[in-house]
Design a protein around this ligand. Structure first.
Ligand SMILES: [Zn+2]
Length: 172
């Protein structure tokens, strides 16, 4: 993991050390900052026995598949974050939200490295007709559980979640 902060925001010194995991500390003034792992959520959304996979239209992972979701906001539960993100991306309210698993992920955005703990849920979509928010999604496809191919997905956490989902749904 590369250091995102080169100068101390408190005293402007360049004597900022990064432990390459999460901790910054300034040798001049004693300032300390933890770049902690962020919580993120994603939904394996089912309708009529198929799962919605969306195509990413931006980096990281542009052109690869993704499950809808995003970062958890301050003062928000993981379930609330998932409901909000799906509403923003697809304009629908999901139902029957169930925890599936969690998995660590790395996310490089505009030259900055982030680490996340991705929390996966399964949920039911009330309809297969929705408006895709094209600022975030290039398109989508419907896949049966056995058609979920981890290699087509953008993130390592999703590849792990797919395995977990398949174990649960089809026992492989
Ligand atoms: Zn300082």
């Amino acid at each position: 993991m590369e250091a995102a902060i080169k100068f101390c925001p408190n005293c402007k010194s360049n004597r900022v050390a990064f432990d390459r995991v999460k901790k910054y500390s300034c040798a001049t003034c004693g300032w300390v900052f933890f770049q902690n792992t962020a919580a993120a959520v994603a939904g394996i959304l089912e309708f009529d026995g198929k799962i919605l996979a969306v195509e990413r239209n931006r980096e990281p992972g542009c052109g690869l598949l993704d499950f809808p979701g995003g970062f958890v906001d301050p003062d928000e539960s993981a379930e609330e974050a998932l409901i909000r993100e799906i509403k923003e991306e697809l304009g629908v309210e999901i139902e029957d939200i169930r925890y599936l698993c969690s998995a660590p992920n790395d996310y490089r955005y505009k030259e900055i490295d982030y680490t996340t703990c991705d929390i996966f849920f399964t949920a039911k979509l009330p309809t297969n007709v929705f408006i895709v928010e094209h600022s975030e999604i290039a398109g989508y496809k419907w896949l049966r559980p056995e058609e979920l191919d981890p290699a087509g997905f953008a993130f390592k956490s999703m590849r792990r979640a797919i395995q977990s989902y398949k174990n649960k749904i089809i026992g492989v």
